[in-house]
Design a binder for this molecule. Structure first.
Ligand SMILES: Cc1ncc(COP(=O)(O)O)c(C=O)c1O
Length: 398
């Protein structure tokens, strides 16, 4: 069959592919330690599950307004005010089937042939492909440990051209776990103010932040940017609700209207039942989030310590999300016990999966081949087991 050219312009999500491979091995009875997961290993809190069940029994099982039910929009408006001091109205909010779908709607509504979108690298895997699907060109700003994986105002200034249509900011960041301080966002915001492009602030890991750091997004820090910033968020990571598929955007009315129009010809509304559960997530007790954060922080500290103790490995102390992004590049050039030369992050990930039964995502998937991403959204017991295996596998290289 002759498929559309656009299919060949993008990759299937590599993170989902690794996760699927690890799950398939597990299903065959192999004891795989999977560091590939992009989702909390906790259950959706009971009160949220209850709200979903009630929604079914109360008959919230029909078509709803495309851009989200009013009670969910109101819960989002209240959350944005409560947590960020930001004011939005219902027509500045749109709800979609996850933050991924929300970002997709943004790119479809905003980007076209000739447009450039600035993406700090390492980046979340879907950003570039969504831009490409919309006909745009991703422009990467490379970062590394020297700036703790954050772009500088100077780098941003250099990347801006008359074609720049948007900048994507993701803090805390997938895959690096870095997060921007208010001062850093202010400096970036000052550069943005001199130009005219949209800022897409992907705040999906906003609540998963450690070491006593306080989250802020760029609109809080530079309020003049509100009219040209769209904040993207969702319930997947914060409330362990990845399967419920609820994400949302808060931004300029014309963009939100265009996104809703695009969505009206694709998915229609996000699932009615999940929307009711999301209302409870945002309005209900927040203790489960705090408990989850405490656990993640413990694991983060342990895994960073273990990785840094491995020969040749360096790993900065991630301050948010549930990922670490160690530099494994000193193993490149070495050979496995079977004599295979490791040349890049893909080779190293394949070696770990086959020889050590450990799954991690090679950094090349995020535009940074020296590294690999490990999610610590797995039990401490499995983290320990996985660390032991990686350490042994590295020591076995010649
Ligand atoms: C940075 C980032 N943005 C957005 C998403 C999408 O989340 P969801 O579609 O589950 O809301 C993810 C999920 O992995 C992510 O890591």
């Amino acid at each position: 069959m002759k498929l559309a050219d656009r299919v060949n312009k993008i990759q299937p999500s590599p993170t989902l592919a690794i996760d699927a491979k690890a799950k398939a091995l597990k299903a065959q009875g192999v004891d795989v330690v999977g560091f590939g997961a992009g989702e909390p290993d906790f259950d959706t809190p009971a009160h949220i599950r209850e709200a979903g069940k009630k929604a079914i029994d109360a008959g919230f099982t029909r078509y709803m307004p495309v851009g989200g039910a009013d009670d969910l929009k109101d819960a989002i408006i209240a959350k944005m005010k409560r947590d960020h001091g930001l004011e939005y109205t219902r027509d500045e909010i749109s709800v979609a089937c996850g933050a991924k779908h929300t970002l997709y709607n943004i790119s479809q509504a905003l980007i076209q042939e000739g447009d450039e979108v600035i993406i700090p690298a390492p980046y979340w895997v879907s950003y570039p492909d969504q831009v490409v699907l919309a006909g745009g060109t991703p422009v990467f700003i490379d970062t590394d440990e020297s700036t703790v994986f954050k772009i500088t105002p100077e780098q941003l200034e250099k990347a801006i051209t008359p074609r720049t249509k948007a900048l994507i900011l993701n803090s805390p960041c997938n895959p690096t776990g870095t997060s921007y301080s208010e001062a850093e966002l202010r400096a970036i915001g000052q550069v943005a103010l001199k130009h005219d492009f949209l800022i897409i602030s992907d705040d999906i890991y906003e609540r998963l932040i450690y070491d006593g750091l306080k989250f802020a997004n760029i609109v809080q820090v530079v309020p003049e940017l509100k009219s040209r910033t769209v904040v993207v968020n969702g319930v997947s990571k914060t409330y362990a609700m990845t399967g419920w598929r609820i994400g949302y955007a808060c931004g300029p009315k014309d963009l939100i209207g265009a996104m809703t129009k695009m969505q009206s010809q694709s998915t229609s509304n996000a699932t009615s039942i999940a929307q009711k559960a999301a209302v409870e997530a945002l309005n209900g007790p927040q203790e489960p989030v705090a408990d989850m954060c405490v656990e993640f922080e413990k694991r983060r500290t342990y895994i960073v310590e273990r990785l840094n103790a491995m020969p040749g490995v360096s790993c900065f102390t991630a301050t948010g999300a549930f990922y670490v992004f160690p530099n494994f590049s000193t193993v490149y050039g070495k050979k496995t016990p079977a004599g295979k030369l490791l040349e890049n992050s893909g080779d190293f990930a394949a070696y770990l999966l086959e020889d050590a039964n450990v799954a991690l995502v090679p950094g090349v998937a995020f535009g940074a081949d020296k590294y690999a991403r490990l999610s610590y959204a797995i039990s401490m017991e499995n983290i320990k087991k996985g660390m032991d295996r990686i350490e042994a596998a590295i020591r076995n290289l010649v």
